[in-house]
Design a protein around this ligand. Structure first.
Ligand code: TGC
Ligand code: FAD
Length: 392
């Protein structure tokens, strides 16, 4: 793979909107990605292996629980710093960002928000340091966009809960130490349970043959009469709103992350277009190529503004779920379109692993599907502006 020559585009001087701390956090993540991720990621993706050697570094740059308070091992940063870390990691690879998103927003966040003090003490510091890796089980084989229909369930057996069912498409599942699992009780109410690897009847078969997120491990969670200790139920919130609240945090991170993937594709295509000559001239001198590049930087700039404003609203506790949903949909769609256009600018070279673009493009096919598909997010906005849910 080519040496990482990334230069971040900042067409509207958005750095002026960032504090010194934001820039320090962003630059540290950027340097780490250049040093540790770029040299190994193509090989990991080709081999379809999650690069476990990145776990310590992810913890060190604060990617595990960026906004979780320091007393629980988190980095205690604000929402814009969290977003910038996700942007930089996804500039390297969406699959690596997935691992950080799941750990932070889908495992640490629910334990922090809905867990008991004992659960926080037991799990959060180890998750923040990367000593423990978590996964999040919401999706089921027959319930993806409609998680409220889930059939995974647990029974109160006095001493413990008895958990049965299965989850599918779970990031980090094959090697996670714990799983935050959403399941219905005997009254049909959804609760979150912390299931630990090693509990009898709990298995995590890996999902193979993916063409997307190849450097991220995906698997199933299978529960066959798993005895879950009662103290592993998170009592703070129940109902579908509990897992959906975690998704708000993860979707926000993805809105920033997608900008990273788009920036990498744009930067690569711009450099290539200036260097590659055809008909005796750099291809960057042709109007059709300039149109592509001009549209890319315009869309990246719009996405950056959307993410930054959303970060400000989240810092103030004012961002709505629908606003987060819009940013996730817009920015991922922007990134996948840029990846497709950037790939064309590279001609045949664009399909090789010499450059990162095709990997980003394939990764983004998952990113546009998980955490709510593009169409589900359109319906969320439609619902928000009309007041009429069109999900069914
Ligand atoms: P609905 O009746 O609209 O809502 C049920 C309850 O939830 C509340 N709620 C929310 N609460 C917090 N945050 C949100 N974003 C919320 N959205 C809704 C709502 O107020 C209600 O509360 P209450 O108290 O009235 O009961 O539910 P619905 O069944 O009609 O579904 C709505 C829909 C379709 C939007 C929702 O189900 C949805 O978002 N579906 C998409 C599923 C999804 O995003 N799955 C993601 C799985 S995790 C994942 O993909 C991880 S990828 C990780 C990686 O590698 O990065
Ligand atoms: P479906 O819900 O079957 O949707 C299929 C198509 O129908 C989509 O185009 C969808 O937009 C459309 N559709 C569905 N309902 C409607 C409707 N009402 N109106 C119009 N169109 C509709 N889940 C987890 O819980 N944890 C994870 O860690 C996790 N990681 C993932 C990692 C990867 C690589 C992938 C691919 C997925 C992951 N997911 C995870 C699952 C992901 O969230 C789901 O794939 C996603 O929510 C969509 O569900 P589905 O695949 O079942 O598609």
């Amino acid at each position: 793979m080519k040496a990482d020559q990334f230069q971040a585009p900042d067409y509207y001087n958005l750095d002026d909107l960032l504090s010194d701390e934001h820039k320090m956090v962003r630059d540290a993540s950027r340097e780490w990605v250049k040093r540790e991720v770029s040299p190994i990621i193509e090989d990991a993706a080709q081999k379809a292996e999650f690069p476990k050697q990145l776990i310590n570094g992810l913890a060190e740059i604060g990617a595990f629980g960026p906004y979780i308070p320091e007393e629980y091992g988190g980095a205690g940063l604000d929402q814009i710093s969290y977003g910038l870390i996700m942007q930089e990691i996804e500039r390297g690879d969406s699959g690596v960002r997935s691992t950080a998103s799941v750990q932070s927003s889908l495992v640490m966040y629910p334990i922090f928000k809905y867990g008991t003090e004992e659960q926080k003490q037991k799990y959060l510091p180890k998750l923040a340091s990367g000593e423990m890796i978590g996964c999040f089980g919401l999706t089921e084989p027959d319930h993806g966009s409609n998680p409220g229909g889930m059939t995974t369930h647990f029974k109160n057996e006095g001493e413990h809960y008895l958990l049965n069912g299965a989850k599918m498409w779970i990031s980090n599942a094959p090697f996670a130490d714990i799983a935050v699992v959403w399941a219905k009780n005997e009254e049909g109410r959804i609760h979150g349970l912390i299931v630990e690897r090693g509990m009898e009847g709990f298995t995590t078969p890996e999902t193979h043959n993916k063409w997307s997120l190849r450097a991220s491990a995906t698997g199933e969670l299978v529960f066959n009469n798993v005895k879950v200790p009662k103290e592993n139920l998170m009592p703070g919130k129940s109902g579908l709103g509990a897992p959906l609240g975690c998704l708000d945090s993860a979707r926000y991170g993805i809105a920033w992350g997608a900008i990273g993937a788009a920036m990498d594709c744009y930067d690569t295509a711009l450099r290539y277009a200036k260097e590659r000559e055809q008909f005796g001239k750099p291809i960057a001198s042709f109007q059709l190529q300039q149109k592509k590049l001009a549209e890319m930087i315009t869309e990246i700039t719009k996405a950056q503004l959307l993410a930054w404003r959303l970060g400000v609203l989240r810092n103030e506790g004012r961002a709505t779920s629908a606003q987060i949903s819009m940013a996730k949909r817009n920015n991922v769609n922007m990134a996948i379109n840029i990846a497709r256009e950037a790939r064309q600018i590279l001609g045949g070279m664009g399909i090789t692993g010499e450059y990162s673009i095709m990997r980003h493009m394939m990764n983004l096919e998952s990113v546009i599907t998980y955490e709510g598909t593009h169409d589900i997010h359109l319906l969320i906005t439609g619902n928000d502006i009309t007041g009429i849910p069109a999900f069914q």
